[in-house]
Every structure is written in C-alpha cells, then in structure tokens.
Design a protein around this ligand. Structure first.
Ligand code: NI
Length: 138
C-alpha cells in the first residue's frame, strides 16, 4: 500500500496547469494531488509499455506541436532525417493557426522507434507524442 506520502513542489506554465485543472474538474477528482498521482501512474505505465518495444516493428508516431515555437520546425525535420532509416513517410496537418498534427510511419527496430519517439517528445513546443507499434516477429 502507498501509505507513506512525500511532498514535492513543481513549477508549471500557467496554461498547462489551467488545462490540467479543467480536466480534473471535469473528471471529478477530489483534489489536484489526486489528479497528479493518477497522471504519474499513467506516465509510469506508458514508459514501461514503451520499454517492451523491441524487435522488428511497424509503427506510427502521432505528434502534436506548436507551430509558433521558435526553431522547432527545423529541429523536428533534422531529427527525422537523423532517423531516416526507420521513417517511411510523414503526414502533416495544420490543425489551427499555431498547432500542427504530424503522423510519422515507421518500420525498423523497436528500440530505434522508441528512441525517435523519446527524442521528439523531449523538444520544447511538442505537446504530445504517441507511439503505437505492431510486431513483425510472430
Ligand atoms: Ni502545420
């Protein structure tokens, strides 16, 4: 049981916290702490699931990012060039004036697919990155 509690202090952009608060209110969480605990559990589950991605795979990355983030577009292009051996195609959709949706089709070793997803995810201005894969091994 998670009985022993630790306290942490975190700094967040106000807009991110506002969006988070909207969601926890809509979902009926009793407190912000409860919502954050749930989010951290989901993060851990997602990361563990990502850790299981290995062997030859076909995959898709779905990514949302801020078009207005200075310097982000060439960085994202450079990263995709760096991983060109696993990137088969990219589909770009301009969602709003400043938000872009990009779908990247991948084929290659699972660890490489994961490395690309993690590199994209760590860029400032990238809102979300989801990696979905299927195994070709069986
Ligand atoms: Ni766009």
């Amino acid at each position: 049981m998670e009985t022993e509690l630790s306290r942490i202090g975190i700094s967040l952009p106000k807009s991110l916290l506002d969006r988070f608060d909207e969601i926890i209110t809509a979902r009926g969480y009793s407190s912000r702490s409860e919502g954050i605990r749930d989010a951290i559990r989901n993060y851990i589950t997602y990361y563990r699931w990502m850790s299981d991605v290995h062997g030859e795979r076909q995959g898709v990355i779905t990514m949302i990012y801020d078009h207005d983030q200075r310097g982000l577009l060439p960085v994202l292009t450079d990263i995709q060039h760096e991983f060109r051996e696993i990137v088969q195609a990219t589909l770009h959709s301009h969602v709003t004036q400043n938000r872009c949706l990009e779908v990247v089709l991948l084929h290659g070793d699972g660890t490489q697919l994961k490395a690309l997803a993690e590199k994209l995810m760590s860029q400032k201005g990238v809102e979300s990155v989801k990696l979905t894969t299927i195994s070709l091994d069986e």
